[in-house]
Ligand binder design. Structure first.
Ligand code: FE2
Length: 233
């Protein structure tokens, strides 16, 4: 529970800072920070009720959080447009794909929360492994095999589509591979820069096993990032 409080605070700060760097208005920066604080509001009762953070064993925590905010009228006093942005952001921050039709502003904030969330998930994951606390946190580690080989289906999926799904994740190497492929999903340049500056990407890459196809994935990801940095988008 405490991990989620700390996570939400850090995500809120990143939302604020990235929104500021993107040149958003001070009102939007404030809304972005609120979205960061609230994005995982569904986690607390999810854990209290089901004793797990694994959505497919309990509830979709994004949708659950959305329902909690509505039920308890948390945003009752907010501007209706801000309320809509935050509700959509909470509900959809953890979905695999973004919906095709949404108000422009909602998409703008949704992209931000998904970036900031990923930055902190990678950080928490790395620190958990480095500190050797993974055994204490099976929920965070998704009950994976820490020493297992990368899954060929996952490698194939990433090579073919640019992203991987959790159904092919069975080992620590798989999670790290999935995190590397997350680079393709980072929406805003200030977020991508943070991913690099904080060494999240390099550290994760260095932890991957020596494998020809993994090397190919890594080189494609690096080329993608270099292109975005060069183009400034
Ligand atoms: Fe979440």
């Amino acid at each position: 529970m405490e991990l989620k409080v700390v996570h939400s605070n850090r995500v809120a700060l990143d939302c604020r800072d990235i929104a500021t760097e993107l040149g958003w208005s001070s009102e939007d920066v404030f809304t972005a920070e609120a979205l960061g604080l609230l994005h995982d509001v569904g986690r607390y009762s999810q854990y209290a009720e089901f004793e797990t953070f694994v959505d497919h064993d309990s509830v979709n925590h994004g949708l659950h959080g959305y329902n909690i905010l509505i039920k308890h009228e948390v945003l009752k006093q907010a501007d209706p447009l801000d309320e809509a942005v935050i509700l959509d952001g909470v509900k959809l921050h953890n979905t695999r794909n973004l919906p095709s039709a949404m108000p422009v502003d909602n998409i703008r904030f949704l992209k931000l929360i998904r970036d900031a969330d990923k930055l902190d998930i990678i950080k928490v994951f790395r620190e958990t492994i480095q500190d050797g606390r993974h055994a204490d946190m099976p929920e965070i580690m998704l009950n994976i095999d820490l020493t297992g080989q990368p899954t060929r289906e996952l490698i194939k999926e990433i090579l073919e589509t640019g992203s991987g799904t959790y159904r092919h994740v069975h080992s620590l190497a798989d999670i790290n591979l999935l995190r590397v492929a997350w680079s393709y999903t980072i929406n805003y340049l200030p977020s991508l820069k943070r991913l690099i500056e904080r060494n999240h990407l390099n550290d994760t890459i260095q932890s991957l096993p020596d494998d020809e196809e993994i090397t190919l994935i890594v080189s494609r990801v690096k080329a993608y990032i270099e292109k975005r940095l060069a183009e400034g988008v």
